[in-house]
Write a protein that binds this ligand. Sequence first.
Ligand code: G3P
Length: 217
Amino acid sequence: MRFFVDTADVAAIAELNDLGMVDGVTTNPSLILKSGRDILEVTKEICAIVSGPVSAEVVALRADDMIAEGRKLAAIAPNIAVKVPLTWDGLKTCKVLTGEGFMVNVTLCFSANQALLAAKAGATFISPFIGRLDDINLDGLEVISDIRQIYDNYGFETQILAASVRSANHVTQCALIGADVVTAPPAVIKAMASHVLTDKGLEQFMKDWAKTGQKIL
Ligand code: G3P
């Protein structure tokens, strides 16, 4: 399973990238705001660190404007995936930009039918938002599972990029379902390393080691 990191925080991306944990990056307008950086500058910096796909999102709402923004974002680096919302204009933009050879990530997906349309429009990635579905008492993981089955039924090559991932358990469940990629905030990726029994076991080893009076270095 590939891990994308869902942030525009360059230092956090670099830290995880050095550990081999980053296969790509996703950003969105809210994450650009949080970074306090200029979108073109910070995206260029991220693309220089990470060799995999880096999603940069358009902000126009009409297809013609989205296409123009998408071309400008795609010119930043060869590993840009242009992120477009799952609206009718976003689907038109997806069709045009993938036809020009660009990677397109269709975002703000909340249903299997939306994902089916994105695949028909040639999307490279579909981003179903698990956490935001859970927030309104729907089952985000069930949507991932439905999309997996539909794409497999018909051989669609669009990759399922599970997004709005809020917990380490979301990552486990996405891996079990067979999502192609998970994008998660750095804190969630780090939380995957934690286990209460690891902490407890280490504490006991340290106590016993101190009693031996030995040193390794
Ligand atoms: O990439 C966008 C998505 O991951 C947003 O997550 O937590 O704001 O719903 P969240």
